[in-house]
Design a protein around this ligand. Structure first.
Ligand code: GLN
Length: 409
């Protein structure tokens, strides 16, 4: 059986990889920066490479310097004196951290609830571990025209309750949310927490964009709501925090009852994470507060967001101003292309948004990500209305992209 390997559909990131698109295309697709991590973080990486110990396996829990830095930085945010031995786990990026939690907790047929759109990696991470994803769509506001808010995407709590069955083990809560940019409100998180308590569910809080929340919005950690610490594991990412997405350094914070089984799983999946770059991530967290690094970085991202949003305003298409993350959703239902336009076979069987994103990349010169990829087949029609722009690029690049986007008209 399976001598030819599993027939997994090609993922959206490799379809829309720069290598497949015209070389002059500006990449606002996959979310990674076109600028380097801060110098003081890079210098810590270089320094770590000069130390013998940091070139070798770290403890599977993570290097102690990084665990201490996480405790110091995140302790106040979780309102806890975090124990570096039992409540913090370093992982090979947030993805691997999530995967290890599923490996540790899912039994065949266990159900995991995820809001749609969901970050696409959740799906295989659940199914590879024998779990069954259950989808609950967020609802974009009806009849919006022009500028709308990411917060207009709302949860239908009755629908969420109906999705819970005796097999439900876990619910994923991604805030700030990729790709919507929504920052879940306290009321929403309290509603989810109440259901988690009532049905005794685990919660995976994917907070990898916790360092990117705009304006007066407050990032609330579901783990800090009453009664939630014991059932919640929170996932974070050095890649997003310090512009080093390829380093693959992430971390989990949670109670020992979740961290220890996950440690056992991650030890068997990767044994430990990349050692020298853990030292650099530690330097990042150690110095971030004094340097006011995240305040400055958020202000820079707010400017980048503005450049893109102005271009959308000029277009008059509906889009959702994100309260967090570096993504914006644009409604492309009105974008048309010639009937005989030639698309590559990699788009066969995919939604209208795939064709819109391809057409825009080739004719306007800006690549994006089609949003139906973040939906189950059942609700993909909602996602087909949107493409996602990433604004984790320097301001000049975004200005050039913004000029090009105006040609969409
Ligand atoms: N999280 C990033 C994004 O959404 C990268 C995704 C990936 O590389 N799989 O763009």
């Amino acid at each position: 059986r399976l001598r030819e390997g599993r027939a997994l559909a090609q993922d959206v990131w490799s379809i829309f990889n720069a290598a497949n698109l015209p070389p002059t295309c500006i990449n606002l697709g996959q979310g990674y920066m076109n600028f380097a991590p801060p110098d003081w973080v890079k210098e810590a990486a270089t320094e770590a490479l000069g130390s013998v110990a940091a070139n070798h396996y770290s403890h599977p829990k993570g290097r102690i310097r990084l665990r201490n830095a996480i405790k110091q930085f995140y302790g106040p945010k979780f309102d806890r004196d975090l124990d570096v031995e039992s409540e913090i786990l370093v992982t090979s990026g947030a993805n691997e951290g999530q995967y290890a939690v599923f490996t540790a907790f899912l039994e065949e047929g266990d159900e995991v609830i995820m809001f749609e759109p969901y970050f696409d990696q959740y799906l295989p991470s659940v199914t590879f571990n024998g779990g069954r994803p259950v989808f609950v769509p967020l609802h974009p506001a009806q009849n919006t025209a022009g500028k709308a808010s990411s917060n207009d995407w709302s949860i239908d709590f009755e629908q969420l309750r109906r999705a819970i069955t005796p097999k439900t083990k876990m619910i994923m809560v991604n805030t700030p949310h990729n790709p919507v940019g929504k920052v879940f409100t306290r009321q929403e998180l309290e509603g989810i927490a109440a259901l988690a308590e009532e049905f005794n569910l685990l919660v995976m809080a994917d907070e990898v964009y916790d360092c990117l929340v705009f304006d007066d919005k407050e990032h609330i950690r579901i783990a800090t709501l009453p009664g939630m610490w014991d059932r919640t594991v929170t996932v974070m990412s050095a890649g997003k925090a310090f512009a080093c997405t390829g380093w693959r350094v992430g971390y989990l914070i949670g109670p020992p009852s979740i961290i220890f089984p996950t440690l056992a799983a991650t030890t068997r999946i990767v044994f430990c994470s990349n050692s020298p770059l853990q030292e650099a991530a530690a330097a990042g967290l150690e110095q971030a507060v004094e340097r006011k690094f995240f305040e400055t970085q958020t202000a820079e991202y707010a400017e980048r967001r503005e450049i893109l949003c102005e271009a959308f305003d000029a277009l008059g298409l509906t889009y959702y101003v994100p309260d967090g993350t570096y993504f914006v959703l644009l409604d492309i239902s009105g974008v048309q292309w010639p009937e005989d336009y030639q698309f590559p076979s990699s788009l066969d069987g995919r939604g209208r948004d795939f064709r819109a994103a391809w057409f825009i990349a080739e004719t306007v010169g800006v690549s994006t990500i089609p949003v139906s990829e973040f939906y189950s087949a059942e609700h993909a029609v909602i996602g087909e209305r949107f493409i996602r722009f990433a604004f984790c690029k320097d301001a000049d690049t975004l200005r050039t992209a913004a000029e090009r986007i105006k040609d969409l008209k």
